[in-house]
Design a protein around this ligand. Structure first.
Ligand code: AMP
Ligand code: ZN
Ligand code: FE
Ligand code: FE
Length: 288
């Protein structure tokens, strides 16, 4: 068993990198072979995670997750595995973090303009690190200042303010899958289309995007995923076969930020079990 998709306090997860690894070890027991840390836009948790893996006899896979711009103009997530410091990907991540900071400054201004007196200091305090502040942190703060009056449900904050169609939407830099593929090639890093079924596209559009990305040189798709239904995983495995892509898989653990998802094991009602063969195929593709 393995888990190749986890988040820590270095982005929007609630657990430190070593806590993520320790929980993985506890959940997977002796069946657990490998774990990846895939924080958004950063590799800064890797050394701590690697140390914990070494201590527990697990293989550590260094990864990251970035938001890209798909050909349909919508945002999609891309996982990059076997990332290295001082690489083109590392440089790209630094640029994305800088852009996030600029976006966040503009978002604070925009919310003030719209009459929501959010406190940047409080947001910072809850996130811990300015580079990782994201819209979920803003949503927490808006919930606090609103006190459930205008937005009795958290999702309303995204629908009406922070989401793509919201009044306070400020776009971040848009990076294409092609750009990620080009930069990843330099260090034999693998590029994977994350959780194809979470974007709300219909099956036809999902398949079209996957075929297109395969032709642009991505290496794999995240076939095994906490929120997938078994038939969705099967469909993705079929596409991997057909398009010569590697299947990958992970929980997308965020600790208390997504309390229904356990590291390694996924959701209680749809248990996840990512087979070791996934990692073998990734290693094989990397050395090919
Ligand atoms: P950011 O990287 O700061 O732009 O924030 C992206 C995160 O915000 C996503 O990973 C989601 O957790 C959350 N998010 C963005 N848009 C929505 C939405 N429309 N509904 C719910 N959550 C959203
Ligand atoms: Zn996240
Ligand atoms: Fe994601
Ligand atoms: Fe994720």
């Amino acid at each position: 068993m393995i888990d190749l998709h986890t988040h820590s306090t270095h982005s929007d997860g609630s657990e430190s990198p070593s806590q993520v690894i320790e929980q993985a070890h506890a959940n997977g027991g002796s069946d657990l072979r490998a774990i990846a840390l895939t924080d958004h836009d950063t590799m800064s948790g890797h050394s701590e995670a690697k140390e914990a893996c070494d201590r527990l006899g697990l293989t550590f896979v260094p990864g990251c997750e970035i938001s890209g711009m798909l050909s349909n103009g919508k945002s999609g997530h891309i996982l990059v595995y076997f990332v290295e410091s001082d690489s083109a990907i590392d440089e790209m991540l630094a640029g994305l973090r800088k852009d996030r900071e600029t976006r966040n400054e503009r978002l604070v201004d925009k919310l003030h303009e719209l009459g929501y007196p959010v406190s940047w200091d409080r947001i910072l305090e809850s996130a811990g690190n300015p580079e990782v502040v994201g819209r979920p942190h803003f949503a927490d703060e808006i919930e606090r200042v609103d006190g459930g009056k205008e937005f009795p449900k958290r999702q309303m904050i995204f629908d009406e303010l922070l989401g793509t169609d919201g009044r306070a939407y400020i776009p971040k830099a848009k990076i294409s899958p092609q750009e990620v593929v080009a930069k990843a090639k330099e260090t034999d890093s693998l590029v994977v289309f994350a959780h194809p079924f979470v974007y709300g596209f219909d099956l036809g559009e999902t398949e079209r995007l996957i075929r297109e990305m395969a032709s642009l040189g991505i290496d794999g798709i995240e076939t095994h995923y906490s929120r997938n239904f078994p038939e969705q995983t099967e469909r993705l495995l079929g596409l991997c076969d057909e398009l010569n892509l590697v299947p990958t898989g992970g929980s997308d653990f965020h600790g208390k930020k997504k309390p229904d998802i356990a590291v390694v094991n996924g959701m209680a009602e749809r248990p996840l079990s990512v087979p070791d063969s996934v990692l073998d195929q990734m290693l094989e593709r990397r050395s090919a």
